[in-house]
Design a protein around this ligand. Structure first.
Ligand code: FAD
Length: 416
């Protein structure tokens, strides 16, 4: 059943109001473009795939974007600053530390729960009349043509049509928009599953984020905001799929025992465990990121291994750059969905996207290589890194992106 006959026309239709789509909508709110966000799952719903039980490590560039979007002060109340990163290789002598203070930074990044990100992004969107929100509303079909795009949307009232000058695919790794645009994607399975949970230990939090590489896969232990409920960490433990099945089947006490064995005692003794969830890990990269009247952002364009906490930070830079290019198009009187505008966006984003994908992929491969020579070289590499301030400076730049020019919002500047 249809509840409207004449299609409604927008400048921009954002398909997917998860981490990246919701951030883009907020960034575009002041540009004068007419916007609609179409999101299949309510942000507070248990089945929301973006705002789930995970925690996200945000770099300083992402903090500046959220400052510009006006939601950082709310996020900061529940964010845990990362004051240092400790990297170690299980069973080997190599380790490295990066201290925020040595780099003249207040923090290397901030850990925020995805639920808090979803709550603050959507509460800001709901208070922004310039953005039309359709949620829960599933985009079922999209037609892309030179004159504009037509979208078929299903919600509680039935099926309706809308038109847009530009469709933004922020609909995740299984992107419908990518498929209808005829863009293929290369998928490389890492044969690893990430187990994500929270863990309470008996040691006070000191702002240390631990990255520990094991032969099975990397493990990250991130500080969470201290509460009266004690010292909680976010844990991401990547393991071979059959090993992950076994770990998921253990009771909490057995799981904590296994964790303690794999991680050691540098964060104290495990006392309590949160709910466990699992994510199969692969690298997926779209063959192109723009098409007629369509552009791919975030996981729809590239979905990464979480080892270096780069996926959302990269997707947020995609959103910041697109907002900047579209604001320029408005000022120049250009059609926001034109090939000329999309080509400008694609050219600006290429280097950063490729750089982060290669960096993350290399990290996973080098650290899961068990050949003795490679492991010894890794030890040397980690030790050299520990002693070399320049290498640490380079790492701190990763949080700003690999491109020659980063988007204005990540530099703390207004869109124009
Ligand atoms: C274990 C793990 C840990 C991670 N940790 C970090 C980290 O610390 N730091 C970091 O930067 N990144 C991290 N990431 C990566 C990060 O989660 C992703 O980069 C991010 O979720 C991408 O957001 P997105 O909005 O592009 O896609 P998604 O999160 O997949 O959101 C897509 C949205 O689109 C909606 N949608 C889909 N199809 C439709 C449709 N047809 N109609 C309407 N709506 C639709 C979905 O409901 C969803 O809300 C991690 C990833 C994993 C797996």
């Amino acid at each position: 059943m249809s509840h409207s006959t004449a299609p409604v026309i927008f400048d921009i239709a954002i398909v997917g109001g998860g981490l990246v789509g919701a951030s883009l909508a907020l960034a575009l709110a002041g540009t004068g473009l007419s916007l609609v966000v179409l999101e299949a799952q309510a942000p507070e719903s248990e089945s929301q795939p973006s705002f789930d039980d995970r925690t996200t490590a945000l770099g300083n560039g992402s903090r500046r974007v959220f400052e510009a979007l006006g939601i950082w002060s709310k996020l900061a109340e529940e964010a845990a600053p990362i004051r240092r990163i400790h990297v170690s290789d299980a069973g080997r002598f190599g380790f490295a530390r990066v201290e925020a203070q040595q780099l003249q930074l207040d923090a290397l990044g901030y850990v925020v729960s995805n639920r808090v990100l979803g709550r603050e992004l959507w509460s800001a969107l709901r208070a922004t009349p310039a953005v039309t929100l359709r949620m829960p509303a599933q985009v079922r079909q999209v037609q892309l043509a030179a004159a504009g795009a037509t979208l078929e949307v299903q919600d509680a009232d039935g099926v309706s049509m809308l038109q847009a000058r530009l469709v933004v695919a922020a609909d995740g790794a299984q992107s419908l928009v990518r498929r209808v645009a005829g863009i293929g994607a290369q998928r490389n399975d890492y044969a690893q599953t990430a187990i994500v949970t929270t863990l309470r230990t008996d040691q006070p939090l000191d702002g240390t984020a631990h990255e520990r590489f094991t032969t099975q896969g990397p493990m990250a232990l991130l500080p969470l905001r201290s509460t009266r409920q004690g010292n909680w960490h976010g844990l991401v433990w990547a393991a071979a799929p059959d090993e992950a099945i076994k770990l998921l089947a253990l009771d909490d006490a057995q799981f904590m025992q296994q964790w303690q064995q794999a991680f050691g005692w540098r964060a104290g003794a495990a006392l309590q465990l949160g709910r466990r969830a699992s994510y199969p890990l692969s690298l997926q990269q779209a063959d192109a990121t723009v098409a007629t009247r369509a552009v791919l952002l975030g996981n729809a364009s590239q979905a990464l291994h979480p080892v270096a906490g780069q996926g959302f930070n990269l997707g947020l830079r995609d959103a910041a750059e697109l907002a900047e290019v579209l604001a320029e198009a408005v000022a120049d009187g250009l059609d926001p969905g034109s090939a000329q505008v999309l080509a400008r966006f694609e050219a600006q984003r290429g280097a950063d996207r490729q750089g982060v994908v290669r960096f993350t992929d290399a990290l996973v491969r080098v650290f899961s290589d068990t050949r003795p020579g490679v492991a010894a070289l890794r030890d040397l590499g980690l030790l050299a890194f520990d002693l070399l301030p320049a290498a640490k400076q380079a790492l701190s730049r990763v949080s700003l992106g690999f491109g020659t020019q980063t988007p204005r919002l990540t530099r703390g500047q207004a869109l124009r």
